[in-house]
Design a protein around this ligand. Sequence first.
Ligand code: HEC
Length: 191
Amino acid sequence: MQKTWTTWIPAATVAVALAACGGGEKPAEPTPAPEPTPAPEVTPAPDAAAATPGGEQALSEQLKAAQARIPADQKDKPNPKSGDAAAIAKGKETYTTVCASCHGTEGKGDGPAAVALTPRPASFADKPRLTPGERFWVLKNGIEGTGMSAFGAAMSDDDVWSVLAFEETFLASAGGAAPAAPAAPPAGGGQ
Ligand code: HEC
C-alpha cells in the first residue's frame, strides 16, 4: 500500500507538471491576420486653386496687391457685354486660344500650363473673387508676379468685356449665380 503511494505521488506530480507545461506550450489561438487595408487612392489635388464649385477662393498676395491698385471707380463698372450672345461667342474664341491653356477649357483653373504656376490660375467656375470691373482691370493690366499677364495692348475694351462675358458663363453652368451686381468690397480692402 505504501509503495503504491510513493510511486503514485511523483507520478501525479509529473502528470500535473506535464499538464501545466503542455498548457503553456499550447499554441496561442491564431489571431486572424488583419485584412490588408488597401492604401487609400491618392487622387491628385485638383489643379484649380479652388476647392468646391461655388466655393470661396483665397486671394493671393499678388492679387491683393493688384486689387489695391484698381481705381475705385473701376470696381463698380458692370460688364456691358454680360449675357450678350454675340459677345459671348466672340469671347469664347479668345478664351479658347488665349486663356484656356492656364484657366482650363471649363474655366476651372486647370489648364495644362497651370501646374507650373504659383499662384494657380483663377477658377471661373467658383465664386468670383473680383467684381466685373476689377476683372476688366486685371485683364488689361495683369497681376504682377503671377502668370497672369497684361492683355491691354493686345485686346480692345470690347474684346476684354466679351471674354469676361464668356467667363461668366462658367459660373452659371457650375450652378453659381451670374455676377450681375458687383460683389461687396472685401473687408479691409482699401476703398
Ligand atoms: C500663363 C497663364 C495664364 C493665361 C494665359 C491667362 N491667365 Fe488669367 N490668371 C492666371 C493666373 C496664375 C491668375 C491668378 C493670379 C492670382 O491669383 O494672383 C490669373 C488670374 C486671372 C483673373 C483674375 C482672378 C479672378 O479671380 O478673377 C482673371 C479675370 C483672368 N485671369 C482672366 C484671364 C483671361 C480672360 C485670360 C485670357 C485672355 C487669361 N486670364 C489668361 C494665369 C493666366
